[in-house]
Design a protein around this ligand. Structure first.
Ligand SMILES: O=P(O)(O)OC[C@H]1O[C@@H](O)[C@H](O)[C@@H](O)[C@@H]1O
Length: 313
């Protein structure tokens, strides 16, 4: 897969607009430098394959890793040190492929469709544009804009901002896509979240009665249906879209954790487990994805924003 990468040096990385946000309205923001960034719970380090990685650390000890390549959150360790996300053992960190695991972006196409599966946002370098700490919750905002590479695939000018905030018990993301072109465009998108799980014991609640598009038999010709189960499990190969999913789902990861997955504006959901097609790892994860399966249509200068909040009880 062709990948465009931006030259990167740890020595030159700065945090534009890094700021400490005061608790009280009306007080001025204090500018901070990279050293202070660490004390605010935001630092940049070298990840796997020497790729730059932002680490957010909350006051309670929870921690999140985010690779600039793909704007991909790869780890969410809660205060007891348990990582609730999963990176596949076949994941590579060499920019030749998207990182297979964590929370990859699917943009501007969920797929299958006319361009590469899941689009290009997961195999481009995002950049840091803002960072802050609000009452002990560190946050970083990443940015992705069109480039000659993206335009060779999808010929539109766009601007995406992705804010990731870590709190004591939760991990929140906000994705804002703006049409910076002078023509309307449409896209589909998803956050393809890989949760660490015991797939045979994992289940999702909240989907009963929802319309389904089952991609299991043939991804290009999904079978329409509706979900009858209160508790949806992963007994074998699962690849199913839920249209107009609720704004809150509950995942029991089969490892003793109940994770609530709340969203605004991600109208649809996808459950995926590859079963024996990924024999080495399928037992250890399930994907529960917030998605926008129908086209989001944006006029020039219009934006679309969606949030996801993962939290443990
Ligand atoms: O690109 P990845 O991370 O291997 O994921 C692929 C899977 O992603 C899921 O979202 C799709 O519903 C599946 O059809 C697809 O096979």
């Amino acid at each position: 897969m062709a990948v465009v990468s931006t030259p990167f040096s740890f020595n030159t990385l700065t945090f534009p607009n890094l700021r400490r946000v005061n608790r009280f309205p009306g007080m001025a923001f204090a500018s901070v430098n990279n050293k202070e960034a660490a004390s605010l719970g935001v630092r940049v380090t070298e990840g796997e394959g020497n790729l730059p990685k932002v680490v957010l650390t909350s006051g309670s000890g929870s921690e999140v890793d985010i690779y600039l390549f793909g704007g991909c959150v790869t780890s969410w360790k809660v205060a007891n040190g348990k990582d609730l996300l999963f990176v596949r053992p076949d994941a590579v960190f060499n920019k030749k492929k998207p990182i297979s695991g964590g929370i990859p972006h699917c943009f501007p196409q969920f797929g299958p469709g006319q361009i590469q599966q899941h689009g290009f946002a997961r195999n481009l370098d995002w950049s840091v544009v803002d960072s802050e700490n609000v009452e002990g919750s560190p946050a970083v905002t990443l940015e992705l804009k069109d480039s000659s590479y993206s335009r060779s695939i999808w010929d539109f000018s766009f601007h995406a901002l992705y804010k990731i905030t870590l709190s004591t018990k939760g991990l929140s993301t906000e994705l804002k896509v703006t049409n910076t072109d002078n023509r309307p465009f449409s896209f589909t998108t998803a956050l393809h979240t890989y949760f660490r799980a015991s797939a045979s014991g994992a289940s999702v609640k909240g989907l009963k009665g929802r319309r389904t598009l089952n991609k299991g038999p043939d991804p290009k010709n999904p079978v329409e249906g509706s979900e009858e189960r209160e508790v949806v499990t992963f007994p074998g190969y699962v690849d199913c879209i839920y249209l107009e999913a609720p704004s809150e789902l509950h995942l029991d990861n089969g490892l003793g954790d109940l994770i609530s997955i709340r969203n605004t504006n991600w109208s649809d959901a996808v459950l995926w487990n590859p079963y024996l097609t990924m024999e080495a790892s399928y037992k250890d994860f399930v994907c529960v994805e917030n998605a926008k399966i129908g086209n989001v249509q944006l006029e020039p200068q219009q934006s679309w924003t969606a949030t996801q909040n993962l939290s443990i009880g």
